[in-house]
Design a protein around this ligand. Structure first.
Ligand code: FAD
Length: 581
């Protein structure tokens, strides 16, 4: 089906096992205008930007979509209150504009307003200082998408958030930001890029960058981590969107770069909603920075930390020190203290921070940097989730300049992604109304329909089509926190899941939303997945054992005091993709 926009072919957005085979063949045989390396939000957004301008695009990711930082963020589309404190109004304005676009137009099914209370402890200066900041936050740009901030008395704060400590509380301010399911959003970007013709595949690791005799980049050598096969992808220009892995790709490409990317670790914890008595999220100042205690389904999502990271990049692990820091700071504002026993989920992510090198000439005043360090090789690095669309536009513009400077492209249209809805946002209102009125005939409750609409938007129709001939899939997954069996099927048939970890960690968030880290659900998910993919018993056992081992290794990491001890525990188990070849 071709959407109203005429350039988008929804059938191409299906990431099925057979699509992956077709993609691998196309990647090995064809020459692309642009090869994008990295399937996080930046690479996915870049692929969509380039494909929607009519370029022939390839997108490769070495693990799963969003398996790097883009599934481990704070899950906020926000302007960044801390940039206001640094007087960086341009950055705040840009981010707030993006927040408004996501909420109102591009993906309203995945991005939702979220209300915070900032508790005030100092009557005069703190209310004036934060009030002025939040007034700016409301007015600086795109702020019409959410309600404006409101001053609250002590009584009003405590009636909405009785769980806040009353000791030094004198009042509060309510304000809004926006929350996103990051890994689902990145996945939908990939699927939208595919709908515009991008050829996308996971488990393809770039192991070398190729050059012609004059040193111009001509593509990349990749290894399929599912089969072990290696091949070359030919491309007129290559975009490096690999987040904290940027430097290693830069090294493969050669040349010299003005910046490098340094990783900084951030940890979040999840505790059940009944452990904090509040109907609203809370924004607090912590020892070193700020912290958010925010609603996330049946949980509070609490974070984050910010510490330099010197360990391996593939599986950053939280240590006991990180968890103690979060508990200490959150307990400062609560009247009933949380302990480690209250925690259901923990995850760690690595921020890709750009550092200018001595003698650098690039403008590194923004949060992100774009650089063509070798003809045919452009890097985009830094930035934040919220501004991925702007980053994508900037790097595609630079890649087009590179193509044009070598006479390989002529008139390429300007970026139009501010008008391109993600696939689940197309015909959204119509599908919502239709499914809410006939959902019961499919064996789904009102909550079940809303659960699906909030995760898949108008793509929910694909899931209900499956339910028409397989009604038993409307049942919840045992131990699966409300996720339905049909979602595990859909993850395989439409969303490119190749391993149970892809479903338990990124298509759903069972690995952090259940007290057993998804172990009970894994037993059912592996059966559903195995039936779809024709796995034998040996493969079923291998997937399950790998997941169980991964959970055990992470739990061991969480009691280690240092980063290196936590990583020694976590690294006992490798990524399943790397162990299958
Ligand atoms: P990644 O998501 O890491 O993607 C890079 C991808 O490249 C990876 O998937 C990796 O597997 C792949 N790759 C690497 N090497 C290769 C190779 N050789 N071949 C093929 N593929 C390769 N931003 C916000 O706006 N809001 C927030 O609330 C927020 N909170 C955050 C909280 C934390 C704790 C952290 C760590 C970050 C947060 N951020 C937030 C920042 C935001 O998450 C990141 O800026 C963003 O996700 C980075 O995306 P990326 O695509 O650049 O990198």
């Amino acid at each position: 089906m071709i959407c109203e926009d005429g350039r988008m072919e929804l059938a191409n957005s299906v990431l099925s096992p057979s699509q992956r085979e077709h993609a691998l063949a196309a990647l090995a045989e064809q020459e692309f205008d642009v090869l994008v390396i990295g399937g996080g939000v930046t690479g996915a957004g870049t692929a969509l930007d380039a494909a929607s301008r009519g370029l022939r695009v390839a997108l490769v990711e070495m693990r799963d979509w969003a398996a790097g930082t883009s599934s481990r963020s704070g899950k906020l589309f926000h302007g960044g209150l801390r940039y206001l404190e640094q007087f960086n109004f341009g950055l705040v304005r840009e981010a707030l504009k993006e927040r408004g676009l996501m909420l109102e137009k591009l993906c309203p099914h995945l991005v939702h307003p979220i209300e915070f209370i900032y508790p005030i402890e100092h009557r005069i200066w703190e209310r004036a200082y934060m009030g002025a900041g939040l007034f700016l936050y409301d007015t600086i740009g795109g702020a019409g998408a959410v309600p404006r901030h409101k001053h609250l008395s002590r009584k009003q704060v405590l009636s909405r958030a009785p769980g806040l400590s009353q000791k030094s509380l004198v009042g509060g301010i309510s304000f809004f930001d926006a929350q996103v399911d990051d890994s689902r959003h990145t996945l939908e970007l990939v699927r939208t890029a595919a709908a515009y013709g991008a050829v996308a595949a996971t488990a393809l690791k770039v192991i070398g960058i190729s050059h012609d005799e004059s040193g111009v980049v001509t593509g990349a050598d990749v290894k399929d981590l599912e089969s072990g096969r290696e091949f070359h992808i030919a491309a007129k220009t290559v975009i490096n969107a690999t987040g904290v892995w940027t430097d290693s790709l830069q090294k493969m490409a050669g040349g010299s770069s003005d910046f490098s990317v340094q990783a900084s670790k951030g940890v979040h914890i999840l505790v059940p909603r009944d452990r904090i008595d509040s109907e609203v999220s809370v924004f607090v100042r912590a020892e070193d920075s700020v912290m958010f205690i925010r609603t996330w389904g049946a949980h509070w999502l609490i974070g984050t930390t910010d510490t330099p990271w010197e360990q391996g990049l593939d599986h950053p692990a939280a240590s006991a020190t990180d968890i103690e820091y979060l508990l200490r700071n959150v307990n400062r504002v609560l009247n009933v203290e949380l302990s480690v026993d209250d925690i259901d989920g923990v995850y760690a992510g690595l921020r890709p921070l750009i550092r200018g090198k001595a003698g650098a000439t690039s403008d590194l005043s923004r949060e992100h940097a774009v650089e063509t360090s070798v003809p045919g090789f452009t890097t985009i690095a830094g930035g934040k989730y919220t501004t991925y669309r702007v980053m994508a536009e900037d790097v595609v513009n630079a890649a087009i300049d590179d193509l044009q400077s070598r006479g390989l492209a002529q008139d390429i249209p300007e970026s139009d992604t501010q008008n391109i809805l993600l696939i689940g946002a197309t015909h959204l209102t119509e599908v919502q109304a239709q499914l809410r009125s006939n959902g019961k005939t499919l064996g789904l409750s009102v909550e079940g329909i809303d659960h699906l609409l909030g995760r898949y938007g108008s793509m929910t129709r694909d899931l209900t089509s499956i339910l028409k001939y397989r009604p038993e899939l409307a049942q919840p997954i045992a131990g699966g926190a409300g996720y339905l069996r049909v979602e595990a099927v859909y993850a395989v048939t439409h969303e490119g899941a190749l391993h149970i970890d892809d479903i338990l960690t990124r298509r759903t968030h069972l690995s952090i939303e259940t007290p057993d880290q998804g172990l009970e659900a894994a037993a059912e998910v592996v059966q559903i997945m195995g039936a779809e993919l024709g796995w034998d018993q040996d493969r079923v056992d291998r997937e399950l054992t790998h997941y169980q081992d991964r959970v055990a290794a992470e739990l061991q990491a969480h009691v280690a005091q240092t980063d290196s001890a936590a990583m020694a525990a976590r690294n006992q188990v490798q990524d399943i993709r790397l162990t299958t070849v």
